[in-house]
Each structure stands twice: as C-alpha cells, then as structure tokens.
Write a protein that binds this ligand. Structure first.
Ligand SMILES: [Zn+2]
Ligand SMILES: [Zn+2]
Length: 205
C-alpha cells in the first residue's frame, strides 16, 4: 500500500492518498482544503481517484470536497450519521457552500463495510464520539483514525453530536480490535504506532 500525506488548511488537517503498490487507483481520505494541491499531487503521483472517504463530516475534513468532486466525479463515502453535514454551510468557518455540490455521488458506509485499495481491504469501523458518524479505516496494520485518535491525544467531544461515553467505547474498540503494531494515521498531527499510544496516551489507559 502506498500512502501519501498532504497537510491542508488552517487547522493542518491530514489528507491522505492511498493506493495499491501496483495499482494507480487511489482513495482520498479527508480532502479538508487546498483542492488544487490535492489534484496536483494525484497527477504527479500518477494516481487515478477511485473514491473519497470522509472520517467524519466536519468542515476541516471536507473543505476541498466540492472542487475535488467537481473535477474528478469520484464518489464520496461517509457514515450515515454524519452524511447530513455534507448539506450544511459553515459560515463560522467561512464555508458558504455545502461540501456536497450538485451531482455528488454519496455512498453511505457502515461498520464492517470494506473498501478495496489495490490488494488491500480497508474495513470501516464506526467510532462515534468526536461526531456521531466518525469512522476509522483499518487494514494491513494501518489505521486512518480521523479525529477519534491522535498521537498523544483523542478527539474533543464538546462539538454538536459529540459524546464522551461514545468516544471512550470507540477507543476501547480500537484497543481490542487493532493489532498493536498498527500504524496510526490521524486527522491532525504526527502519525504513531498503537503500541506507543497504549504506553503513553492517557486516554487509552
Ligand atoms: Zn472533527
Ligand atoms: Zn479535524
């Protein structure tokens, strides 16, 4: 699996391009901002966009969605509990148009669904808490954790739809279901190893 990280927007959101080793078909995770940079990277890496996955519906993860979809026509995968956020505007973040433009193909994904990238299967884990429809994509000892789990921290639960008890249960699930040598690629900040987090992240103890 090839993973390319692009840091975008004022909140330094981690956007990822993931493809197979010998397959240019790529998944784009969390196009938070800077659509031109994302599109240029796709071209430079000779990847063709097969789909977009949103770890959740917050505007710092969806800011470039409209333009990327308008350019590529790629379908957008999101958990149904966060899908309504794609029809919102976010004036407080200076987002005047909803992330889903006309003609956007939205494919709702649920816990246990599998997205293919090259030879790899990436499984959807529904991990509510930071938002009701937060998800983690997990496969081949790699996990894209969005704003659920960061290196040394976890997502906030004080935004609309956030729930501390749900987040605690979701984190517990990651601890039990993920291999300890899983590489964690979070929605913001540095990547990490799950073993490292188990030893040092106070929220996982
Ligand atoms: Zn968020
Ligand atoms: Zn975020």
């Amino acid at each position: 699996m090839r993973i390319i990280q692009i840091i975008v927007g004022p909140l330094a959101t981690n956007c990822y391009l993931v493809s197979g080793d010998d397959d240019p078909g790529a998944l784009l995770i969390d196009p938070g901002a800077d659509a031109d940079t994302i599109l240029m990277t796709l071209e430079a890496e000779e990847m063709s966009l097969r789909g977009i996955v949103l770890t959740h519906g917050h505007p710092d993860h969806t800011g470039a969605l409209r333009k990327v979809v308008a350019t590529t026509g790629a379908p957008v995968h999101i958990h149904p509990a966060d899908a309504p956020l794609l029809r919102h505007t976010w004036p407080e973040y200076f987002v005047a148009e909803p992330p889903a433009g006309p003609g956007t193909v939205i494919r709702e994904v649920r816990d246990g669904d599998v997205l293919k990238v090259g030879e790899a299967d990436l499984r959807v884990l529904h991990t509510p808490g930071h938002s009701p429809g937060s998800l983690v994509l997990y496969g081949e000892e790699v996990a894209f954790t969005g704003d659920t789990l960061f290196a040394g921290a976890v997502g906030r639960t004080d935004l609309p739809g956030g729930a501390e008890a749900d987040l605690a249960a979701s984190l517990q699930r990651l601890v039990t279901e993920l291999s300890p040598i899983t590489l964690i690629y979070p929605g913001h900040g540095a990547s990490s190893l799950l073993t490292q987090e188990l030893q040092t992240n106070a929220w996982l103890k």
